[in-house]
Each structure stands twice: as structure tokens, then as C-alpha cells.
Design a protein around this ligand. Structure first.
Ligand SMILES: Cc1cc2nc3c(=O)[nH]c(=O)nc-3n(C[C@H](O)[C@H](O)[C@H](O)COP(=O)(O)OP(=O)(O)OC[C@H]3O[C@@H](n4cnc5c(N)ncnc54)[C@H](O)[C@@H]3O)c2cc1C
Length: 475
């Protein structure tokens, strides 16, 4: 065992969360040591799309004429969230404008361009876009819609640019880094977390933290045992788990090892986006009973989770020739085309008459520009009347589904890890995908919430540790 390293704050993991905490803690005058298992930072953040969900009147929203409000953002995020942490939601939304400015000040590039289409990932470099179901039911009934997706300005997936800039800012702030440092245990003294054990260069080492340890090792998508226990759908061979190679849940296990509770471990981001093409939103999505079950213009992961929840995980998208385009990303395959819905439902094995009844009701409503059954926005209400009619297979096991974990350690608004009884473990913090904050499931998610909460709540950890350090110094 090699002892020696000491710091005010030890950050375990150098993704968006670890880097953000390190920057602010070092700027607050703390000596910060980051321990990163890989040979460089990045984690899932580097693989991500680089969207952050921000609003309440950011400079980019304002430049594009959107007068968003904190209250609308709160209402949007709270809608459909299974267990809304109201203090965290309010803190996040109230700080959103300033947090965006903070990201810019770290050198993260954004522009003022706007993408107005319905796409699961903006195909060009526009910063502002609609990344959730802001205009869809039920969110549209509780919050004035506004685009809140803020993508780092880069062509294609932009997460690597985000993390490169954050690491550069951390370096500039004087943070110390140890790479190839695999943290394996927490060190405690009478219930207080005082450091970590890690393996580096073939030796087991100990690093001591004067004021706190932050667990920011990412989620658990890459750990088969945790997937099987908490996210069985994600554990299927035909579902692609995505993320950093070391997103194996170690931070969650470390937190648990000293009494930390977990939350929302069954929450997943699972998706098989139906759009683009946008025209597909005009069709109807039916289950194996021939019934609709979700508004087709919902956020893509909300629709995907609804498919997973259907009997047998079976879902078919039905469109007419006026709406049909080949699927853009090959996630779903065309089954066949039919001249009428009676033969379609027979060949798909749906109960006799059900699909015909579903389409008849939809067509009658859509002809009046409404959707009485699922409340799809009028923009996407169009009767299916131009034969032949196509069925696209959206079923789990047939279409391509991918995802990652959302649950993690229970934390307070400042990232302190909590026990089951709600008490905080002294000097232990968690942020990013290691913690449970605002991302609680596909039905309430919007792209950008994970990176938004990872960066913002990690910064609150830095502020809390700095406050504690100042109090200790004054005592
Ligand atoms: C393909 C993809 C696209 C996504 N797109 C978006 C998006 O556009 N917007 C959004 O909001 N969210 C997105 N997400 C989710 C988002 O990327 C993650 O939630 C976020 O990056 C988590 O950041 P983090 O800092 O918690 O973890 P990570 O970025 O995973 O960083 C954790 C770090 O900890 C290190 N580590 C692990 N174990 C140890 C150990 N034992 N010791 C030391 N270090 C360790 C890892 O090597 C890694 O560098 C996406 C995810 C994926 C996979």
C-alpha cells in the first residue's frame, strides 16, 4: 500500500460532472485531485450528443424570440416525473440562465442558430432546438412550450467538445489529475469519509480528502449484473447499451458500501426513435390489440418506453402512402403494404376489426384537425386514406433499441449522499450519472437533462465543499 496523496476535494471520475465540480472547487481556492480510471477524461460524456437542457430565458432563447420562463420550465420538468424532487427542479431551473453563461465562460462553444424541426439529434450545428415533448401532450397542457435543447456547437455528436473544454478549464484552474487511477474503495473514519483507495501503476494507494470525496464515475449501463437486477430490458441481447467503457456502477456500489441509499434504479433512457422522417408522426402507432397507446408526436424515448410497456413489447406504426418515407436511420423495418386495413390486421395477427376501428376513429378526428384519443398535436393529424397502407415494425426485438441507466445514489440538492433515513453521510458527495437527480425515466425525460444536471449539481457540490472548508478554517 502506498500512501501519500492528499487534497481538499477528491473527485472520482473525469466526465462532465467531475470536471465541472473540479473547476468550481479549484476556483474557490480548494486543492482538488481528480482520479480517473482511464488514460484520459471523457467517459459517457465524450460519447454523448452534447445537448444540455437549459431555459428560463437563456441568451440563445432570447436571441431567437422565445420568452421562456423559470415557471414554465419547472412545470415542464415536473410533468410526468414519477417522484419530482421539487427543491432540485427549482434550483436547476432558477440557475439555468447563469449556468449556460458559466458553460460559455469555460470555453464551451455555442452559437445562436435555431433548428425548428422534429429530430432526435440535430443533423447540423444549431445550438437551440426542441429536444423534449414540449409541444406534445401532456406537457403542452401544463407548460408554455419553448425550445430548451442547447447543443454544444459542433457538427454531429458534440459531447467530446464539451468535455475537452471542461477539462481544459479545470487544468487552467489548477486542478491536479491522476490518470489510470482505478478507485476501488472508500476510506472512512468513524462514519466520516476521509479518502479513497485506488490502484495505479500496479500498486494499491490511498488518497486522503480533507473536506470531501465526490463520486462521479458515471452510470451502470456497462455492468451486466446491475442491468439484470435493475434494468432487465436493457440486459437483453438485442438492446444496445451505450456509454463509456467504465460506466460499470462502481460509484453507486461505493456509496452503498458506506450506507448510501439509491433512487430510481429502474429508470432507463431507452429509445428507438420514430422520427425523422417527421411524416411518420402523422401515422398511428398500435399495439398487438390494434389499439393506440401514446401520442405519436411524443418525445422519442417516451414513445419507446410506451412500446416496451405494451403486451409482448409489440408495436406497429401504420402510415399511408402520403406519409410513407423509408426510415431514415434503419431503426425500424417496413413489414409490408396492404390495400386495406382488414387485410393488414389479418396478416399482422391483430384481433378482427380492432385496427379498422382504431383507424376509422383516428381518421374521423384527424379530418377535423384533432386527436380525441391520444391528443396528438393538430400539426400531425392527417387521415390515413391514400393506399397502399404500410406497417413498420417498432416492436422491441425487431426495431433497434438503445439506452443507458438513469438511477443512482440518493443525494440532497448539494450532492450529499443520503442514507435511507435521509441523513447525509459526512463528506461524501455524488453527481452526474452516479446520482439520482432529475432524470427519472424515459416518459419524463428530454434530451439534455443528463448533461444539464451532471454539470449543474456537480457545481453545487463544489460550492458546498468550499463552504464546509471555510467553516472548518474559521472554527
Ligand atoms: C451515446 C450517448 C449519448 C448521450 N447524449 C446525451 C445528450 O446529448 N445530452 C444529455 O444530457 N445526456 C446525454 N447522454 C447521457 C450523458 O452522456 C451522461 O448522463 C453523462 O455524460 C454522465 O456524465 P458523468 O460525468 O456522470 O459520467 P461520465 O461522463 O461517464 O464520466 C465518468 C468517468 O468516471 C471514470 N471512472 C469510472 N470508474 C472509475 C473508477 N473506479 N475510478 C476512477 N474513475 C472512474 C470513467 O472512466 C469516466 O471518465 C448520452 C449518453 C450516451 C451514452
Amino acid at each position: 500500500m502506498t500512501d501519500g496523496e492528499m487534497a481538499d476535494l477528491i473527485v472520482v471520475g473525469l466526465g462532465a460532472a467531475g470536471a465541472s465540480a473540479a473547476i468550481d472547487a479549484a476556483r474557490a481556492g480548494l486543492d482538488v485531485l481528480v482520479l480517473e480510471r482511464a488514460s484520459g477524461g471523457g467517459g459517457s460524456t465524450a460519447a454523448s450528443g452534447g445537448y444540455l437542457y437549459l431555459g428560463g430565458g437563456t441568451s440563445v432563447q432570447t436571441a431567437n424570440g422565445y420568452a421562456d420562463s423559470v415557471e414554465d420550465m419547472i412545470a415542464f420538468l415536473t410533468c410526468e416525473m414519477p417522484d419530482p424532487p421539487h427543491d432540485k427542479i427549482r434550483a436547476y431551473c432558477e440557475a439555468s440562465v447563469a449556468h449556460f453563461e458559466w458553460l460559455k465562460a469555460q470555453g464551451v462553444p455555442f452559437n445562436t442558430k435555431y433548428f425548428g424541426g422534429k429530430h432526435f439529434e440535430v443533423p447540423s450545428d444549431e445550438t437551440l432546438s426542441w429536444t423534449g415533448g414540449e409541444k406534445a401532450h401532456p406537457h403542452v397542457t401544463v407548460a408554455r412550450p419553448a425550445p430548451r435543447g442547447h447543443m454544444v456547437a459542433a457538427q454531429g455528436a458534440a459531447g467530446h467538445v464539451l468535455i475537452e473544454r471542461l477539462i481544459a478549464a479545470a487544468e487552467g484552474a489548477g486542478v491536479r489529475f491522476a490518470y489510470d487511477a482505478n478507485v476501488t474503495d472508500l476510506v472512512t473514519d468513524d462514519g466520516t469519509v476521509t479518502g479513497v483507495r485506488y490502484r495505479s501503476e500496479g500498486a494499491e494507494r490511498v488518497a486522503t480528502a480533507r473536506h470531501g470525496v465526490l463520486l462521479a464515475t458515471g452510470g451502470f449501463a456497462m455492468d451486466p449484473a446491475m442491468l439484470a437486477e435493475h434494468l432487465p430490458v436493457m440486459a437483453r441481447d438485442d438492446v444496445y447499451v451505450v456509454g463509456g467503457a467504465y460506466a460499470d456502477g462502481v460509484g453507486i456500489r461505493l456509496g452503498r458500501s458506506v450506507g448510501g441509499a439509491t433512487k430510481h434504479m429502474h429508470a432507463q433512457l431507452i429509445t428507438s426513435p420514430l422520427y425523422p422522417p417527421e411524416g411518420y408522426l402523422k401515422g398511428v402507432l398500435v399495439n398487438r390489440d390494434g389499439d393506440r397507446f401514446v401520442a405519436e408526436d411524443s418525445y422519442h424515448a417516451r414513445t419507446s418506453q410506451a412500446i416496451v410497456d405494451q403486451p409482448g413489447h409489440v408495436a406497429y406504426l401504420i402510415v399511408d402512402t402520403a406519409m410513407y418515407e423509408p426510415p431514415s436511420f434503419g431503426q425500424q423495418q417496413l413489414i409490408d403494404v396492404w390495400e386495406d386495413f382488414a387485410s393488414m390486421e389479418r396478416d399482422l395477427g391483430l384481433p378482427e376489426g380492432r385496427l379498422q376501428a382504431t383507424v376509422a376513429r383516428y381518421n374521423a378526428d384527424a379530418a377535423e384537425g384533432r386527436d380525441g384519443a391520444m391528443h396528438k398535436h393538430a400539426d400531425w393529424c392527417q387521415p390515413l386514406v391514400v393506399p397502399p397502407f404500410a406497417a413498420v415494425d417498432c416492436s422491441l426485438g425487431k426495431a433497434v433499441f438503445s439506452g443507458f441507466s438513469l438511477g443512482g445514489l440518493a443525494t440532497d440538492v448539494d450532492g450529499r449522499v443520503l442514507r435511507e433515513d435521509g441523513s447525509a453521510i459526512d463528506r461524501l458527495y455524488a453527481a452526474g450519472a452516479t446520482a439520482s437527480n432529475l432524470a427519472q425515466g424515459s416518459s419524463s425525460y428530454a434530451s439534455g437533462v443528463c448533461l444539464g444536471e451532471s454539470t449543474y449539481f456537480a457545481r453545487r457540490v463544489a460550492a458546498a465543499v468550499a463552504r464546509d472548508a471555510a467553516l472548518a478554517a474559521a472554527a
